[in-house]
Write a protein that binds this ligand. Structure first.
Ligand code: GAL
Length: 366
């Protein structure tokens, strides 16, 4: 799938308006719900002589109130623009689609500390959450987190960080109430490769018959990093393009690192740098700043691609400062994750994996 930046922009704008309307509806609903709870409690304490059926109704309603669902969300760190978007969408989805109260959604950030994340999971279970959404600090620790939840019989949906095939198989064999909602990093990488192929001279600006590139990677332990890196380059070589890797370094998904590493690469390799491939948009935004400061011009002598579809990057694509990006559909992922978790909470069967498609965003109207 390939969307022009104009189309994405229009959708972003219209989504905001809708969100405002939805927020107003949620507020009205929250007030109505709160009034209902108050009424239920008041009836129980003031009516002494009630018939059995009246009493039963009151008790049932009181019980309904007590069993209000609480949800826990665990995210690897706070300072990550993409994860902020997905977290916001998750909360919206639980509130708007499942009537969960905002106060009953607890979000914890682990600041990239696995032990801290495990403690947070424990704390949330003690608080009585009926289900958890976890973005694991380390993909290798997903089995331990899944076991931690299974021990207390709390359903869990992992997002973003990817479990292995064996782990998903284990959930199904051992009937662990767990699932994963994420994306295929190979697809994101392939779209980045296509964006480069579609750019002027397919990135071979100096016409030496070779595309010389700099790869700025995310967290080196993440499957997304490996797959996006591999498939962006593979898409070029599969088309018979000769490539030369100048350098490949991790910027840990961070904008400031993206800028620093690009500055270093441009200083060291100068005009030899024709393409900069960033595993995400935050780093691409940093790279874009460094490119402009070095007097280089995207589309004329350099090509720059990212992944995520952050609003700031989509704007930069529109303005010609980034060649293109790939929408990492946070809205779709959040909606699906909330849906799968609520199904698990209701004891329904779910698959162990749900993949949400990426969308290519280029500035050339394709
Ligand atoms: C990726 C996303 C990055 C970063 C990372 C965290 O999917 O593209 O920007 O948020 O997840 O694991």
């Amino acid at each position: 799938m390939n969307w022009s930046v104009k189309r994405i922009w229009t959708i972003c704008k219209s989504m905001n308006k809708k969100k405002k309307g939805a927020a107003a509806i949620v507020m009205v609903a929250a007030v109505t719900f709160a009034t209902g709870i108050f009424y239920t409690r008041e009836v129980k304490t003031t009516q002494t002589a009630q018939t059995t059926s009246e009493k039963q109704t009151t008790e049932e309603r009181a019980e309904e109130t007590v069993s209000a669902k609480k949800i826990g969300i665990c995210i690897y760190r706070y300072d990550d623009d993409f994860m902020k978007l997905i977290t916001k969408e998750l909360k919206n989805s639980f509130i708007e689609n499942y009537g969960i109260e905002a106060n009953d959604i607890f979000t914890f950030y682990a600041e990239e500390d696995l032990e801290k994340q495990q403690e947070q999971v424990e704390k949330l279970m003690e608080r009585g959450v009926c289900g958890l959404i976890i973005q694991a600090v380390e993909e290798a620790k997903i089995p331990a987190l899944a076991d931690q939840c299974a021990e207390k019989q709390i359903p869990v949906v992992f997002i973003n960080s990817e479990p292995t095939e064996e782990e998903k198989q284990r959930w199904s064999e051992e009937k662990i109430a767990a699932s994963w909602v994420g994306t295929d990093g190979r697809q994101a990488g392939a779209y980045q490769g296509q964006l480069i192929l579609e750019s002027p001279e397919h990135g071979d600006f100096n016409g030496d018959g070779m595309v010389s590139y700099v790869m700025i990677q995310g967290d080196l332990d993440a499957e997304d990093t490996k797959n996006r890196t591999e498939y962006s380059v593979k898409t070029l070589t599969d088309q018979g393009i000769r490539v030369q890797k100048l350098t490949e370094v991790s910027g840990n998904w961070e904008e400031s690192r993206g800028k620093e590493l690009t500055e270093q690469a441009l200083k060291r390799y100068g005009r030899r740098v024709e393409v900069i491939i960033c595993n995400n948009d935050a780093m691409a935004n940093g790279a874009s700043e460094a490119i402009q400061e070095a007097g280089r011009v995207v589309g004329k002598d350099i090509c720059l691609v990212g992944v995520d579809g952050l609003r700031s990057t989509v704007t930069a694509v529109r303005d010609g400062n980034v060649t293109g990006t790939v929408l990492n559909d946070y809205h779709g992922q959040a909606k699906k994750a909330a849906e799968v978790l609520m199904k698990l909470v209701d004891g329904e069967h779910v698959d162990t994996e749900y993949l949400i498609d990426h969308v290519k965003i280029s500035g050339n109207g394709q």
